[in-house]
Design a protein around this ligand. Structure first.
Ligand SMILES: Cc1ncc(COP(=O)(O)O)c(C=O)c1O
Length: 483
């Protein structure tokens, strides 16, 4: 009886905690759905009636009824933030411990563009890791700032970029007293984590703001068994793709400005205003609000616990395998337990990916030359991992051969660039398209960056060498700078 009363009391507190979690956009959308107006405004499908019935039935009438944009029906506006959208951004800032949080549509891509456009200028130097996402480079093309490359450690056995050394950043800051930003990626796509605390101390010593593209690390804020978010390690600005691992809908992300930062949030906000769509999707904004509220709730906490324990389970199964290996924390770097990079003896990553897909109906996050990336997500079930482990055991004990894969193709660019021209000047130079066979010795005119992981192989103004050719097997021609 006492036990029953205890369980009842626990349920009550849990439920109370859940209802206390406030999601203003979600609540405004509920109100809007319950009190429909007669619409004479965009979107012109008007609650789904103006689209293909097959499509409407597929995604549901309710979803289309809720597909609206800001300004209407008391739902607030995004730029500038007003109403429930403003309130939701404030709650997100509180949840992440930020001074200000901006909701992003068009993913973390637009966050990176806004940072470059708002905080850097033509000719300014920006310390940036070579394996940054191409959106950082697009930002630098827009602003005209010059990248000073940090070349991270290379985990050659894994064909992956490793961590960024604070000493390398310090060396660049010592040699260049006119750096406007240090802008790094953490974690890498495959979950390699750098020592942000030490990097932030270096940046503070030289009084240079630190921006961290933490697109793949939004869960860290919500769980102490995961690495510490850069916002708590001294970064000035952090960008999170909530849609990647946080449970929001595709394309929705957040940009946070730290409480201690000297950066004026309005410098970023002004750029966001120019870059953002003027018809923001309330569904995407609502999903960001819902994701933050879920991650803060007991339910979200349980889901993160489950993602961690599922990952640990898979990792323990992989440890039992003879021919399949996993990337673990190593000298000078940590890994995020929920991102499991594995490789199999005698199989390329692409071949392993296709075995899983064709023979077992499994779709992984990505495959590189060496291995594949598996994400343990908050929406996965334990049974997903049991099935995956079973299949990997089969592959481990079966004599699969790498017969189809063309080994001369490479996916993960790990070259040191030879820069001949400013990125922006090169991008806007006169260009011509030539056969790839004539490309060596010319300067690239385009951004060559395969997705995933969206890391650049060649940038405008960089010398094309023989070493680039294995990365360009899909190209018959290439755009180069004229003359
Ligand atoms: C490190 C990094 N930053 C930014 C992005 C862009 O994020 P989004 O897809 O949210 O625009 C990606 C995408 O994969 C990424 O890997």
């Amino acid at each position: 009886m006492i036990l029953l009363m205890y369980i009842f009391a626990m349920r009550k507190t849990k439920n109370k905690k859940l209802t206390e979690i406030h999601a203003p956009i979600v609540e405004a959308l509920k109100k809007y759905y319950k009190n429909p107006s007669v619409q004479f405004h965009i979107p012109g499908h008007t609650k789904g009636l103006g689209t293909l019935p097959d499509f409407r039935n597929l995604i549901g009438k309710k979803a289309l009824s809720l597909d609206t944009t800001d300004e209407f029906d008391n739902l607030g506006t995004l730029n500038p933030a007003t109403g429930p959208i403003k309130e939701a951004q404030e709650l997100a800032a509180q949840a992440f411990g930020a001074k200000e949080t901006f909701f992003l549509l068009n993913g973390s891509t637009i966050g990176n563009l806004a940072i470059a456009m708002g905080l850097t200028k033509k000719g300014q130097k920006v310390v940036v890791n070579r394996n940054c996402h191409r959106s950082v480079l697009t930002g630098l093309i827009i602003s005209g700032a010059d990248p000073l490359w940090i070349i991270p450690e290379k985990l050659n056995d894994w064909g992956l970029w490793g961590n960024i050394n604070p000493q390398d950043i310090e060396k660049l800051l010592k040699e260049n007293d006119d750096v406007s930003l240090v802008w790094i990626t953490n974690p890498t796509y495959e979950g390699v984590v750098s020592d942000i605390k030490s990097i932030s101390e270096v940046c503070k010593k030289y009084d240079v703001p630190l921006i961290v593209d933490e697109a793949h690390g939004c869960l860290w804020n919500f769980h102490d068994k995961l690495p510490q978010t850069s916002l708590k390690c001294g970064a000035d600005i952090v960008v999170h793709s909530l849609h990647k691992t946080g449970g929001s809908m595709s394309q929705s992300s957040m940009l946070h400005i730290s409480k201690d930062s000297k950066i004026d949030p309005s410098d970023v906000e002004r750029s966001l205003m120019l870059l953002h769509t003027t018809s923001p999707s309330l569904l995407l904004l609502g999903s960001l609000d819902a994701s933050r509220a879920n991650l803060q709730s007991d339910r979200g906490q349980n889901q993160i616990n489950k993602a961690i324990s599922n990952a640990k389970y898979l990792r323990s199964e992989i440890d039992k395998m003879e021919h399949i290996h996993q990337l673990k924390s190593g000298f000078g770097f940590m890994t995020d337990v929920t991102k499991i990079f594995i490789k199999a003896d005698g199989l390329s990553g692409k071949r392993l990916e296709s075995i899983l897909e064709i023979d077992f109906g499994i779709e992984v996050e990505s495959a590189s030359d060496e291995g594949i990336l598996i994400l343990s997500n908050i929406g996965n079930k334990k049974s997903d991992f049991q099935y995956l482990a079973q299949c990997l055991h089969k592959i481990d004990t079966h004599n699969y051969k790498d017969i189809y894969y063309l080994e001369n193709k490479k996916h993960m660019p790990m070259l040191t660039p030879i820069i001949k021209k400013n990125l922006r000047d090169a991008y806007f130079s006169k260009k011509e398209i030539i056969p790839k066979s004539e490309a060596v010795g010319r300067l690239s005119g385009e951004v060559v960056a395969e997705c995933p992981p969206g890391i650049s192989i060649l940038l405008p103004g960089e010398l094309i060498t023989e070493a680039h050719l294995p990365y360009l097997t899909d190209y018959d021609t290439i755009e180069v700078i004229k003359g």
